[in-house]
Design a protein around this ligand. Sequence first.
Ligand code: GCO
Ligand code: MG
Length: 402
Amino acid sequence: MSKIERAEVFVASPGRNFVTLRLTTSDGVTGLGDATLNGRELAVASYLRDHVVPLLVDRDPANIEDIWQYLYRGAYWRRGPVTMTAVAAVDTALWDIKGKVAGLPVYQLLGGRSRDGVLVYSHASGTDTASLLDDVARFRDLGYKAIRAQAAVPDAGASYGVRKGTVYEPAAHSLPDEQPWSTEAYLDFAPTYLEAVRDRFGFGFHLLHDVHHRLTPIEAARFGKRVEDCRLFWMEDPTPAENQEAFRLIRQHTTTPVAVGETLSSIWDVQHLITEQLIDYVRTTVVHAGGITHLRRIFDLAALYQVRTGSHGATDLSPVTLAAAVHVDTAVPNFGIQEYMPHVAETMEVFRSEVRFEDGMLHAGDEPGLGVEYDEKAAERFPYEPRYLPVARRLDGSVHDW
Ligand code: GCO
Ligand code: MG
């Protein structure tokens, strides 16, 4: 019987911070898992090093489900992003190993190919409507068939989702940026730039928008109704989702499709959203929702209710997560869309990935396993630096949801 012989946790900052788990079996097969929780990286690194690695050594890497149950139920303390990210890293590495042992890409282990490629959307942004339109034009030229549009709200300072050069969340500070927010200014302005995108480029591509948890349910209902003629592919995270019931009110007012899930980590966090058809797309992803094993369970539940997948894929999720997501996306029947922001060159020096972009789609490649290798020597050139996501404050100074 093959055994897990070694489990190593790497923390490095090639372009941004990533935590990576590498398992090695007694047969010398390695598997990778992403364990990155943006802004709280070391908590997961410690959870793995101090509490999980000692439990893995000598276990049979073939028993993915048993190891998942052992780590999840065996912790007693359930769910939550730190736990589920740590469990995800182990689970992802085990699927990578299983694929390499079988000589098959992971999507084959999940039932094989359901589609030729994985439709992706990327992020256009601007400091105003004119620069947003230029950025949308650039993404159209790059071949994207789906584009998310965000612009800075006048008088509300640094709005969510607007790139500064190549920097995208977090800002290059060791303490959180504090950014002003005005719901009124946003509700007045955001629909106008979404309309401007449709006026200029028409309807021959998918247009998405991320509200990033900033509205109350009734404000979100008003926003969704106001932008119906833009025919958005989705409005994302219109209101925080701790209270799943809140989405019923949004549903009662608008046909703009709703996507939720990037901050949620278990099937229980999306149960009512899915079974009561309060959303159209579920955005949980491999790294923050317990790995391929648990994500597959969420997506199968979603399929029963005609909810499609739309996995989170910002650059704070490592190329290991992107590859794992693309394998899952290739196989599941209810795939919707995959978020994709290309990683910067430093990141790709450390993670060599088989994932390829072509004609608006991602392709997983046919290497056994996930098709990603980690270059720990290259990683040593990029030491970890503490970074935080920004914090939003209303114009009166009180804290808002960022
Ligand atoms: C998205 C997300 C991200 C998150 C980021 C937090 O839709 O891509 O909202 O941009 O803010 O992943 O770490
Ligand atoms: Mg988002």
